[in-house]
Design a protein around this ligand. Structure first.
Ligand code: MV4
Length: 506
């Protein structure tokens, strides 16, 4: 049965809230925003048809507040809730609660979220359905002495991972026999603190893997397709920085094989919605199931660029109960797409978050460029959430041209008031290993010297630099927003020139 969704509550903030609302608008679906106190003037609030305050800045009291969000959903009479990524997107309890209240959760079933959230269950489910998993353990391990025996059998090095973890949290690499017990205890206590569950499992360590994930779409009638892969090996401390598709190491045969396994993985759990199957791929091109993400991912736009499909729209259609309209044979990749994540962070100071007032922002435009952001001039990036400012997505017919386009777009990107990683991203694009497509998950670590080299500060866009300095001055002196002071008058250039001793421009 198909139920038309006519109003959606977006239980998220920032760029992804905006991204979801854009698809809703195109589909003629009304949008309801929720916001915390610090997000009152945020872009997603302005963009939505309606907006409701849900509590103070801390996520626990706002974007993670299930009761409050359900209350707003009922009050505003929405048909569905889109959770975005992070926050409640992989919370089975929230998903179930929506169902109980007769609200459509735009995502998979609570059972699947639960299965995939428990990494041991996910592994054993994949093993049973013939999807290759990293050699390791598939049951809950309680006796530490037995774990030592098992590790000795698997052979070092191994990874100890938290079953309730994922994305690198509560993970330990063990290389020496003497380290086994202390690493095991360390991993357990870290997992206990972070997830309230100290269950761990063991995997053989894959030395220099690629992180390659497949985007899948499944409907509520058992049809599953994949939209090819994304290469996500450019990461820093399990935080993705650059993603691209196709993967430089992919070939048609491997794509076909991995794609079929990704589909089998989804079918094994009767998956519906959009999801991602993550694989580790070693230098021999052996691949192993790692985790499944049961949500829309940050890096979904690169897949949209090369396949042409709107993944959020597909999520909504699936949630309405429509059968998948895309057939696997129709899916083609056109050209190459790269995403770079723009963070408000200080790359020269251990990548410390750098929240604060954005005094100027000019985003790149032009052929093959997309930005998914939410920040505007005069916006204060709060310190309470992820410091991602936007995602810059470029596409071009070939990988080399996509890299050139990314460099051009990064050159055009101007942000003042907060520190950003834009220069760092430019150096990634200039890095020989990246340009040659010769990189794995150790790329940033292996190229640290090159990537962190601080070149001479040079002012590009000289006139614009002066204008942005003016905006900076203006905001600092007048404590105002959006280019106007409290009296509504713009600051005077005359005063600015006197204070700055800069060349006058007309
Ligand atoms: C691994 C691995 C090597 N061998 N598992 C890190 C994040 C989490 N999703 C799994 N991770 C890894 N698991 C085995 N058996 C190496 C990593 C890993 C990694 C994976 C993907 C992207 C970046 C990474 C950086 C360091 C380690």
């Amino acid at each position: 049965m198909v139920i038309k969704i006519s109003k959606v509550l977006v239980a998220n903030r920032g760029e992804i809230a905006l991204r979801i609302m854009r698809s809703c608008r195109e589909m003629g679906i009304k949008t309801v925003a929720v916001y915390s106190e610090v997000d009152r003037t945020s872009m997603h609030v302005r963009y939505a048809d309606r907006a409701y305050s849900i509590g103070p800045a801390p996520s626990n009291e706002s974007y993670l507040n299930i009761e409050k969000i359900i209350e707003v959903a009922k009050l505003s009479k929405v048909d569905a809730i889109h959770p975005g990524y992070g926050f409640l997107s992989e919370n089975a309890t929230f998903c179930q609660r929506c169902q109980q209240e007769g609200i459509i959760f735009i995502g998979p079933s609570p059972e699947v979220i639960r299965t995939m959230g428990d990494k041991i269950t996910a592994r054993s489910t994949m093993l049973k359905s013939g999807v290759p998993v990293v050699p390791g353990t598939n049951t809950k391990l309680t006796d530490d002495e037995k774990v030592v025996d098992i590790i000795n059998k698997i052979g070092l090095p191994v990874m100890i991972k938290a079953s309730a973890g994922g994305g690198g949290k509560g993970m330990r690499l063990v290389e020496k026999k003497s380290e086994i017990l202390s690493s095991l205890r360390g991993a357990r206590s870290e997992a206990k603190t972070a997830f309230g569950d100290d269950t761990v499992y063991i995997e053989k360590y894959i030395a220099s893997p690629h992180h390659i994930e497949f985007q899948i779409l499944g409907d509520q009638y058992g049809n599953v397709i994949h939209l090819c892969e994304r290469e996500c090996s450019v990461q820093r401390r399990h935080q993705k920085v650059v993603e691209e598709t196709p993967s430089p190491i992919m070939n048609a045969e491997l794509r076909e094989k991995m794609g079929q396994h990704a589909i089998a993985a989804a079918k094994a759990v009767n998956y519906y919605g959009a999801g991602t199957i993550e694989f580790l791929v070693d230098d021999q091109l052996n691949f192993y199931f790692l985790e499944m993400n049961t949500r829309l991912q940050v890096e979904h736009p690169i897949t949209e660029r090369v396949t042409g499909y709107d993944i959020v729209k597909q999520q909504i259609l699936i949630a309405e109960g429509s059968p998948l309209e895309i057939k696997q044979e129709q899916v083609i990749q056109f050209g190459h797409a790269i995403e770079a994540r723009i963070y408000a962070e200080d790359t020269d100071n251990n990548f410390m978050p750098s929240p604060g007032l954005v005094t100027h922002i000019t985003e790149p435009l032009g052929l093959g460029v997309r930005t998914d952001g939410y920040v505007f001039e005069g916006y204060r990036i709060p310190m309470d959430y992820d410091p991602m400012i936007s995602k810059l997505i470029v596409s071009a017919p070939t990988r080399n041209e996509a890299i050139e386009r990314m460099r051009r777009a990064l050159y055009e990107y101007k942000i003042t008031g907060v520190k950003t990683n834009i220069k760092f991203l430019e150096r990634i694009m200039d890095c020989p290993d990246f340009k040659e497509g010769n990189y794995n998950t150790h790329f940033i670590k292996n190229n640290e010297t090159f990537l962190l080299a601080s070149d001479e500060a040079k002012i590009q866009f000289e006139d614009l630099a002066i204008v942005t300095a003016f905006m900076d001055y203006h905001h600092k002196t007048k404590k105002c927003r959006n280019g106007f002071n409290q009296t509504g008058k713009p600051s005077r250039w005359k005063d600015f020139h006197r204070s700055q001793n800069v060349k006058r421009i007309n």
